[in-house]
Design a protein around this ligand. Structure first.
Ligand code: SF4
Length: 164
């Protein structure tokens, strides 16, 4: 079991390194677009909140108990498409349906590394989530990193989309 957890940590470090390299390459390409998709994992939603966000994240009541509220505000400020995906299949379908020019994705290292590869040739910046309560429950994300990633891809810093 110990060996298993060491190798899992090693794998995660490797995936994190690959995601970092990918992000640098995407930022270096200096792509600027308005058509950015912000893709989030559903584990960012507080587990006690029973509102269904997968088909419409704007169902969120914005109570502020989890970062979904802040991420909606960020998406509105930058006029982004915003979706919560419950897994790789839904994430892939969202990308196929929306055909964004670029993606900012939040997820665990494993899902990000496979998701970035699946999204190719659409450039994607991956931001690993934080898991203070363990995997897949009440996860968090560094909102400054999300803003920074959007700024590096976006043509505009102010949103024009009306609040939903
Ligand atoms: S901000 Fe509040 S209403 Fe929105 S998803 Fe989080 S807990 Fe639910």
């Amino acid at each position: 079991m110990m060996l298993g957890s060491v190798s899992k940590a090693r794998k995660e470090r490797f995936q994190s390194h690959v995601i970092g390299l990918n992000n640098k390459l995407v930022e270096k390409a200096n792509l600027k677009t308005k058509r950015i998709l912000l893709l989030l994992p559903h584990c960012l939603q507080m587990d006690e909140c029973k509102i269904r966000l997968t088909h419409n994240i704007y169902n969120c009541k914005r109570c502020g108990k989890c970062e979904i509220k802040d991420l909606i505000t960020i998406a509105e400020e930058h006029d982004l498409d915003l979706f919560v995906a419950t897994g790789g299949t839904l994430a892939r379908r969202t990308v196929t349906d929306l055909r964004p020019d670029a993606i900012v994705a939040v997820a665990c290292e494993r899902d990000l590394s496979s998701g970035i590869a699946d999204a190719y040739p659409v450039p994607a910046i991956g931001i690993p989530n934080m898991r203070p309560f363990g995997p897949c429950i009440n996860t968090k994300v560094d909102l400054d990193k999300v803003r920074e990633a959007i700024r590096s891809l976006s043509t505009s810093s102010a949103g024009t989309r009306p609040a939903k």
